[in-house]
Write a protein of this length. Sequence first.
Length: 416
Amino acid sequence: MKWPIIVLVLTGLLSIQTQLHSKDKKAYAISLQVFKEMESANLLVEEGQFEEALEDLSQLLEKRASKYEKAQIHSLMGSIHYRNSNQDSALVSFTKVLDSVGGMPINLHKQTLKTLSQLSMVNENYAKSKEYCEQLVAITEVPEQLDYALLAQANYKMEDWQGAIDAALKGRKAAYEQQQDPDENLLLLLNAVYFEINALNKMPEVLEEIIKYYPKSSYILYLASVYGQLDRLDKQMVLMEALYEDGKLIQASQISNLASLYMSQKTPYKAAKVLKEALGSGTLDATERNFEMLSQAWQLAGERNNALDALAFAAELSDKGENYLRKSYLHFSLAQYKEAEKSLLLGFDKGLTDKHNGEAWLLLGMTRFNMKKFDSAIEACEKAKDYKKSAKHASQWIDYIATEKRKYESMQASIM
């Protein structure tokens, strides 16, 4: 198989060139002898004899040749150098093609400028790449979007953000005017520039356009992230939900993010269902944090029994007793005093911080009061008095429990 670049150079050289353009009314020809020698050089390349091919072409240049023939010879030499991984020499040869401007078809001129721009980009000579791009656009009657894309890329590499934006927008406009889909990389570059200049408000429009023509889940996820940064959580949730329903959210962090969005947008039941399914399938690890989140979602959805079940798992997985305390509050709110007392004792066994010890003893006193365990209730409240945050309420409860105890005992005595 012949190398594509060399094939392009040789295609149609034998006949009279009729690549006419509104700015280029000349006809260009190449002699049969020059064509045969170039074809012979190409065959040497196919055999891996690069140096021999280049030597033959160099000798051909020393013979009498037209500007057009010299342009084609230099172009072929540039292609050979490139195939032989010698980019510097390729640049030199392609640059010499430009010496024949005025004596070669405009299409060859344009293709050479594009090649030089691309090679300069690879060599990180972005200023030169931009220069060639600008020349390319200037000589093209109707520039294509990819011409502008190359210019936008050169400007981007030079951190000329406005220049990159202008070129990208012109490229997009050219695509629509020529009834083409805008190039994926062109739109991605425009989006990248907006990111660089922190113009987040402009990114959704570009990303929506990318998704319209190139609907990849990664782009939808990216747009959702941008909406999140813009605090447009409703739009972020819609996109994340669509990805989830399509089976495209497979990472634990993505599932957790969706659940958080559901809760922030007042749809906690959906959050609970998503978390429960992910924990059941193993997408989410069975960790204390994940069961805490599930419990919170159930609680916000008014499903307190389900919240208790989730909190029980979180409490067992924790090396501290705070989740048992939370579980006790839930039991207490459901008038499940025996279960509340049990959870509190388990919390004390695992250990509570000073921040929570006082409220735990106070809750235990309140729980035991409702169980008519007046003496042990007062004992718990006495311990709660040892903590500054709960001392005042503990004293009030002690007085209240003592009063209620007397009433209760009096009532019991009258019954007997």
